[in-house]
Design a protein around this ligand. Structure first.
Ligand SMILES: Cc1cc2nc3c(=O)[nH]c(=O)nc-3n(C[C@H](O)[C@H](O)[C@H](O)COP(=O)(O)O)c2cc1C
Length: 136
């Protein structure tokens, strides 16, 4: 059985990237993530991203290297990464794109690291305005 490696990072959209690009990233990502059995949950508040990734260790770290080199965002901070036993948190999709409800900011991740980042992500669930999920 493949290990379950989890990673959470936060970043901000670069000023020269349009917001419409974000939905496009989510749309395009699902094919790649699915092919690697990676589940991604990308939260976006209009300015900041918080991205949760889970999958095999090699697959997740290889994807993260690609994401780190992407000029459409900056201030990338890995808040948590680790290998965990147990079932996946999000077994049913390859890419979820979540827009935060009006006025709900992702700045609460500032200074948060370790497993607390996973807990915060789950705690914010009632502020999710789920816009798109690939259930493939
Ligand atoms: C915030 C953010 C999240 C991204 N998430 C993913 C993802 O989950 N899967 C993916 O394949 N690409 C994702 N990308 C896009 C990658 O950075 C990269 O552009 C894409 O994988 C194509 O890379 P390639 O041209 O080297 O194949 C993301 C980009 C950004 C800015």
């Amino acid at each position: 059985m493949k290990t379950r490696y989890e990673l959470i990072y936060t970043s901000t959209l670069t000023s020269d990237t349009s917001i419409s690009e974000v939905a496009e990233i989510a749309r395009v990502s699902h094919r790649y993530n699915k092919s690697r059995q990676i589940a991604g949950l990308l939260l976006f508040d209009g300015e900041r991203f918080c991205h949760y990734l889970e999958g095999g260790r090699e697959d997740v770290t290889a994807l993260m290297r690609k994401i780190e080199g992407d000029k459409r965002h900056e201030n990338i901070v890995v808040r948590y990464e680790g290998e965990n036993p147990g079932p996946r948190l999000f077994p049913n999709w390859s890419m979820g794109y979540v827009l935060m409800r009006q006025g709900r900011r992702l700045d609460r991740f500032e200074g948060v690291s370790g497993f607390a980042a996973v807990e915060l992500l789950l705690e914010l669930q009632d502020m999710w305005e789920i816009t798109w999920f690939d259930m493939g």
